[in-house]
Design a protein. Structure first.
Lengths: 126, 389, 277
């Protein structure tokens, strides 16, 4: 191969740089985040597995449904508890500590949702 | 083919570094704007669009101006434009790129720009503008590049490109028409609410675009061996001259309608732009010197451009083209957009002055446009000269 | 490649493109038609004064005389609205954000202020000014993302999540009812004072780079309350709020018996706000 004296080391350096985040962060995966769940409530609006993966989808559905389709502002859990379909006035009523609940996982996964640019978090947790 | 842009004279590299330095400074200004918000500009609640959108509007015209070369060459088989037509197509690419950058610079939430595609809204003219601008960009990249590459290989351009070239002709009209529709479809703004806006945009575009092209062609004639030819030059003079006259005719129509009808809403903005708008005990007139200069420069440019042809004077040609270009840059790149906001919807007057950062970003986008243009022209001219050598 | 295979691939490709594009194109065309027919209806109503109204259409009568009789009332409506909706106060005109404000007759009704024989008292009237919640809104037509839209009850609402901040709606609104967040509304001024004096924890703020405006208190209407400004003015009946499509509603009754004017009727927007001067 022509010029392999330079190409192969360059390729190795390039690969090393490209994969550097993996090397830096390797071994951290075991430290799973443990978001603090509210103590006074036992059930959420949907099963935990669904909420864990798709809460953002649900929030978007609520938003579009309420804002655009004149959808219901309240809902009922499978056990019949009424809740407000709202991040600020619903979710945060139970999950009142944003830092211990939302941020734990969002920081872990490096997600920066823009919810809090507009929606206010409960005062006591600020 | 693109490698031709990587070999050039010292002058070429100095020019490119100069552009890059402006882009760098403007880039820093944009970082500031991105972090602080659009409040860093001179725009306000009353004047909600400033130099970004007015530059955008003007540059759509520069892009559409390429039509004046493509149409005679490909439809009427006017051979004299053979050397210059590629310059027109490449200028359109650079101009549209600037338009898109100006729109992004003007957005309050640039990260959400793709929402326009995510939630397509056919009743919004901005949605259609997005389609026609991007479409025109693709068409010009495609047509310009394929035709030039064929020339590079020494073959005639492939047949399949013809439909795209033909399509690009009405498409050029559409970009400026839809851009005019952004303004003339709004019921509350009398200055913009005129059916003649799209024709006026097109007239000024067909003068300003080719005028800029002509200036660049003359620079190239001086600095390289690339000469577009006397016949093409003379024909362009006719096109620029008549298009510029048409623009002034349309402007005259606006004046007649406003001042003969004495309809207040139509008169107010023209008052503000050309005479100064008396309001309460104050007179607002910060654009008056510019607008008057625009008319004088435009009319002088028209007269001189025909003189330049009669005398076969390239120097005079450059001067007249610059006069026409800047006349329409003021007319559309300043007065049209900014004037529309005076007086505001509550019959109050707020004057607009761009901020330093805003001007920095504007300069950087122009520099980026010229950067793109320089690369494209370098390639085109290298290919042309190589084939002719 | 033989020609048959080539043709097949061409057709398959085209079908795929058509399959992807057609439904959305068709839908948007349908939507466009629906909008067109709505406008037709509105225009017909304007011309003949009789159309078959369907559904609710919230509207409001603003009795300027009563505001003049109760000094400070209009300002109280403004401050209440701005407080519950977390509207920031930047302390300058350039960045100003307002949902509802008090203005003079000649600004609110510029077309009706052209002669000099009008009573002088007119200019000192405190005229409450807010979004007109037009039946035929130019801002909704202009918005490229449907971030601003008309709800089925006739409220012109905003989805701040979707707004890209192009400010086309601000150019389109004939009433100057829209404001833009030129800077972060959650920020503080040079003295460390927050732009939002006291946040209402029940309502969100906005973010930098989006347009905002009066929402006719949709969040209150949804739970059976009347708009905050109407509540403030309730005792004096300076603001009458209700369903314009319900002939029995109080607002319809007032409109039937009292001469009212609207802002810039010639713009063809059919506002839902009416003024008693």
């Amino acid at each position: 191969m022509y010029g392999k004296g330079r190409i192969i080391p360059a390729l190795i350096i390039f690969l090393g740089l490209m994969t550097s985040p993996i090397w830096f962060k390797s071994g951290d995966a075991s430290k799973m985040p443990k978001p603090e769940k509210p103590k006074d409530y036992t059930e959420c609006v949907a099963p935990t597995a669904y909420m864990r993966t798709s809460h953002m989808v649900l929030l978007n559905q609520w938003r579009d449904d309420i804002l655009r389709q004149d959808g219901a502002r309240t809902g009922k859990t499978p056990n019949g508890t009424e809740y407000v379909r709202s991040l600020q006035n619903g979710c945060m009523k139970c999950h009142s500590d944003k830092k211990k609940f939302c941020d734990t996982c969002h920081n872990y996964t490096s997600v920066k949702p823009y919810c809090w640019d507009c929606h206010l978090q409960p005062k006591e947790a600020m | 083919m693109i490698e031709k842009a990587l070999k050039g004279s010292t002058g070429y590299w100095v020019w490119m570094l100069f552009l890059l330095s402006i882009m760098g400074v403007g880039g820093l200004c944009y970082v500031q704007q991105f972090n602080y918000g659009l409040g860093i500009t001179g725009m306000s609640r009353d004047v909600t669009w400033g130099v970004y959108i007015s530059q955008f509007t003007f540059l759509v015209g520069v892009a559409a101006g390429g039509l004046m070369l493509v149409l005679p060459y490909y439809i009427h088989n006017y051979k004299a434009f053979g050397r210059i037509v590629i310059l027109g197509e490449f200028m359109a690419i650079a101009a549209i790129a600037m338009c898109l950058m100006f729109i992004i610079a003007d957005l309050g939430q640039p990260m959400r720009a793709m929402n326009v595609l995510l939630h397509p809204t056919p009743h919004s003219m901005l949605f259609w503008d997005m389609i026609v601008l991007n479409g025109y960009l693709v068409l010009n990249i495609l047509c310009g590049w394929v035709v030039l590459q064929s020339e590079y290989k020494g073959i005639k351009y492939p047949k399949w490109i013809k439909p795209f070239i033909y399509l690009s002709i009405p498409w050029a009209i559409s970009i400026h028409t839809v851009t005019a529709f952004l303004y003339c479809g709004l019921p509350g703004r009398h200055f913009w609410l005129t059916a003649i806006l799209a024709p006026r945009f097109l007239a000024s575009a067909f003068a300003a675009g080719p005028a800029l092209l002509m200036v660049i062609a003359m620079i190239l004639k001086r600095t390289t061996k690339f000469d577009v030819g006397r016949e093409a030059q003379d024909k362009l003079v006719t096109i620029i001259g008549y298009a510029a006259m048409l623009n002034f005719f349309f402007l005259g129509c606006e004046f007649f309608v406003a001042y003969y009808s004495q309809f207040p809403g139509h008169m107010h903005t023209l008052d503000y732009l050309f005479w100064g708008l008396g309001h309460g005990d104050q007179v607002y007139n910060n654009l008056v010197p510019f607008m008057r200069a625009s008319v004088v420069m435009g009319l002088a440019g028209i007269a001189l451009i025909f003189v330049s042809r009669a005398k076969q004077s390239d120097g005079l040609l450059v001067v007249s083209c610059l006069l026409i270009f800047f006349a329409f840059w003021i007319d559309k790149g300043l007065g049209l957009v900014l004037g529309g906001f005076v007086p505001n919807m509550m019959d109050q007057v707020t004057e607009y002055y761009p901020s330093a950062q805003e001007l920095g970003i504007t300069a950087a986008i122009w520099a980026t446009g010229f950067f793109i243009l320089s690369i494209l022209y370098k390639v085109a001219i290298s290919v042309k000269l190589e084939k002719e050598a | 490649m033989d020609s048959k295979r080539r043709d097949f691939l061409k057709i398959a490709g085209l079908t795929a493109i058509a399959g992807i594009a057609a439904p959305s194109a068709f839908n948007s065309l349908l939507k466009g038609e629906a909008v067109a027919s709505e406008h037709g209806e509105a225009a017909a109503a304007g011309a003949h004064g009789a159309a078959a109204p369907t559904g609710k259409r919230w509207g409001m009568v603003i009795d300027v005389k009563k505001f003049a009789e109760n000094p400070g009332l209009a300002e109280k409506c403004v401050s209440t609205c701005h407080a519950i909706h977390n509207v920031p106060d930047f302390g300058n005109k350039k960045d100003e954000i307002k949902w509802i404000w008090v203005d003079s007759f000649k600004h609110v009704f510029p077309d009706d202020s052209s002669h000099y024989k009008q009573p002088e008292a007119l200019d000192s009237l405190p005229i409450l000014t807010l979004c007109n919640h037009c039946d035929n809104p130019p801002c909704v037509r202009a918005c490229p993302t449907q971030a601003t839209f008309k709800t089925k009850d006739g409220v012109i609402a905003m989805d701040y999540h979707r707004c890209i901040g192009c400010r086309f709606c601000m150019a389109a609104c004939p009433y100057g009812a829209r404001s833009f967040n030129w800077r972060d509304p959650r920020g503080k001024n040079a003295n460390g004072q927050p732009f939002i004096k006291a946040e209402n924890p029940k309502f969100p703020t906005r973010m930098r780079g989006v347009v905002e405006k009066c929402n006719f208190c949709v969040e209150r209407l949804a739970i059976g309350q009347i708009p905050a400004c109407v509540e403030v003015a309730a005792q004096t009946k300076a603001l009458v709020f209700g369903d314009l499509n319900d002939p029995a509603s109080e607002v319809s009754q007032v409109l039937k018996t009292t001469f009212t004017i609207q802002r810039k009727p010639s713009a063809g927007t059919h506002p839902s706000l009416f003024y008693i001067i």
